[in-house]
Design a protein around this ligand. Sequence first.
Ligand SMILES: [Fe+2]
Length: 125
Amino acid sequence: MVTQVDLEPLVRDELLSRCTGLSGLIEWLDEIDRRPGLDELDHRLRGISINLEALRNCIGSADVDYQRNFIKKSEFYELVANTWKPGQSTPIHDHVGSDCAFPHRLRRLHGDHPFARRAGSGRTD
Ligand SMILES: [Fe+2]
């Protein structure tokens, strides 16, 4: 079972102050008043620069299954940093009418992870 964690407000503020890629993404998501769609999300995420050290210091991982670290949730979107340890996976699933997109380049945060080496595009429909 997936573990879901909301970042503490102070931790989130620290992350966003150190990662202009994420803070800029949130600014953009908060400003738009429409559904961007996958093409626009893909464009935004391709150019994003993530401060991995700051992210690594602000999120955790679970021992039993992967962990969803909520950076921001609103009525219209969720910004989540998922962590998978070696051997953990996410089953194929349906978003039932919502869009789900990942940054183009997946990187490992902790140690070696075979999924990170195999992954190319992070886009999912
Ligand atoms: Fe998903």
